[in-house]
Ligand binder design. Structure first.
Ligand SMILES: [Zn+2]
Length: 469
């Protein structure tokens, strides 16, 4: 039997889009201060999870909610389980949007909203792939589970909890990255230097804050500085205005007697691709380094300035390159200094290939900036490098489907972003972004092209069927 997947998607376009729009309206940012027993990551991620599972129920699937941590939508029977992993949580919207990030807008055949490309759009495309298989009553010999997570962007505790209660699928993919395929993912670990929160120079740093998440390039950085005099404050402002003009940033310095409040704006990007962003914090540190700070403030500024543009961890001595998996990358995603309050720190998030490990990186960082810091906090629980070879039938089948539907040659890719694909030994990421796409994940004005959304649904339907039949 030949199935016209394209036509099947075509006849469900409006439904798919309407379902996606409703899902995008749910503001599913993790909120730690609103966590309750029935909302383990806050109400937003829970509501989006329930929303997705409700689609499964509406469409007649077997649906299971695992205590609002995660859930699955199931079809078919068999000894083996094929897992498809999407996530309903989103990173914070942040500033700089032209439209409301939670009121989806369709413009130029693109849908704009937080989560449109990461990961509600791709998840919905994969769900419709499964829905088509069910509606056509196609015979499958495996159990297919569309596993829905709600804390992918933060701790992955949704999946820890899910796998404490449910079987691990034997193989599968996450529609949460790019085509043709992502069959390798770098290791992911955060290492955070801590600083004394003291001053002592003629200039004092009252606070310095930047960043929303370890896995986002900080778009905004703010600092409050006490200068020795009103004249010094004005001079600092003049210098800052000139600095902004010379660099790919914007910002303001507001003088209040001898105090100056600075806001510097760079550009956010996914922390796995720090080279695509402009780190507001390190630009601010480079500017401040010319002034007479002392104590912990000086060390904090010196460290932040030391790693300016150091996206490959070279200045930290942690750089590593692997022939297959590529270069280590580093995103300095969080900065916090509050004078007199303990716990001033910077968070370095590393994506690393095989051939290095967190101990080696930590030792190098100690060498590089040890003189400035009180301690280095190395993330305990982390994920190492992951790779599924091209010969694995999972990889070869997915690439064959991709090639048939696009007419393009498939090839392997390794990325720095950890997707749920790595949860399984035989797990990969597959779509939904096509080669040449504009990457807006984790950025302001995130969008997904509608053509890509529907093309992805066609590919997912065929791929799920071929893997499960
Ligand atoms: Zn994602």
């Amino acid at each position: 039997m030949t199935i016209n997947w394209q036509q099947e998607v075509e006849s469900r376009k409006d439904d798919l889009l309407n379902d996606l729009i409703e899902l995008l309206k749910v503001k599913s940012e993790r909120e730690d201060d609103k966590i309750t027993a029935d909302a383990p990551f806050g109400p937003g991620p829970r509501d989006a999870l329930l929303h997705m599972l409700a689609y499964g129920e509406r469409d007649g699937f077997i649906v299971k909610n695992v205590d609002n941590y995660a859930g699955h939508i199931e079809y078919g029977e068999g000894d083996e389980i094929l897992g498809i992993f999407g996530h309903m949580d989103v990173v914070p919207a942040g500033d700089g949007w032209d439209t409301d990030p939670y009121v989806p807008v369709i413009k130029d055949n693109k849908i704009y909203a937080r989560g449109s490309s990461d990961d509600k759009g791709p998840s919905m495309a994969a769900y419709y792939g499964l829905k088509i298989i069910k509606e056509l009553g196609l015979p499958v010999s495996k159990k297919i589970r569309f596993v829905v997570g709600s804390d992918e962007e933060s701790t992955w505790k949704d999946m820890d909890y899910y796998f404490e209660h449910e079987a691990m699928p034997d193989f599968g993919f996450a529609p949460d990255a790019e085509f043709p395929i992502i069959n390798g993912e770098k290791g992911n670990v955060s290492i955070a230097p801590y600083f004394e929160s003291t001053n002592g120079g003629t200039y004092e740093l009252i606070n310095f804050k930047a960043g929303l998440r370890p896995n986002m390039v900080p778009q905004d950085a703010i600092a409050t500085i006490v200068t020795p005099s009103n004249e010094a404050a004005n001079a600092l402002k003049t210098a800052f205005d000139a600095y902004v003009k010379e660099n790919p940033i914007s910002g303001t310095a507001d003088v209040d007697a001898a105090n100056v409040n600075i806001k510097l704006i760079g550009k956010s990007a996914h922390g796995a691709n720090p080279q695509s962003g402009i780190n507001a914090a390190t630009y601010l540190a480079v500017f401040l380094e010319d002034f007479d700070f002392a104590g912990g403030a000086k060390n904090f500024i010196a460290t932040a300035s030391h790693i300016h543009l150091d996206v490959y961890g070279e200045k930290l001595g942690a750089a590593h390159n692997d022939e297959k998996m590529g270069k280590l990358t580093m995103n300095a995603g969080l900065f916090e200094f509050i004078a007199g309050e303990e716990g001033a720190y910077i968070n370095f998030n590393f994506r690393y290939p095989q051939g290095t490990d967190k101990e080696t990186m930590a030792a190098a960082i100690e060498q590089s900036i040890g003189q400035y810091v009180t301690k280095l906090d190395v993330q305990e629980k982390h994920s190492g490098p992951h790779y599924v070879p091209m010969e694995d039938p999972l990889v070869s089948t997915l690439l064959a489907v991709y090639e048939e539907h696009t007419g393009e040659k498939g090839y392997e890719q390794i990325i720095g972003g950890g997707t749920y694909g790595r949860l399984l030994k035989r797990g990969v990421a597959f779509g939904a972004m096509f080669p040449g796409f504009t990457d807006t994940m984790h950025q302001a004005n995130e969008f997904m092209s509608l053509d890509d959304l529907f093309r992805a649904a066609v590919i997912y339907a065929d791929a799920i069927y071929r893997l499960a039949k």
